[in-house]
Design a protein around this ligand. Structure first.
Ligand code: FES
Length: 81
């Protein structure tokens, strides 16, 4: 099981964490990965500067935005699933 940890702290929330979370869930369902990929929320990951912070199995993902999440999902998550 791959675990995506998405920051829902205040800074990331202001930068669209809610929309990013919805897009991740949509990607997981679209690619039939509900048994392989789990999305978890976390508070501040200490990387609040820009975009929404997230990790994949503890490794930092690029900063996420509602507009880049599909590309990041395909590049970093889909190939691991
Ligand atoms: S609030 Fe998200 S990394 Fe700090």
């Amino acid at each position: 099981m791959l675990v995506i940890t998405l920051c829902v702290g205040s800074s990331c929330y202001m930068r669209g964490a809610h929309q990013v979370a919805e897009a991740i869930e949509r990607n997981i369902e679209h690619h039939g990965l509900t048994a392989k990929v789990e999305l978890q929320g976390a508070f501040c990951l200490g990387r609040c500067l820009d975009g929404v912070a997230a990790c994949l199995d503890g490794q930092p993902l690029p900063r996420l935005t509602p507009t880049n999440i599909d590309e990041v999902f395909a590049r970093y998550i889909l190939k691991e699933a």
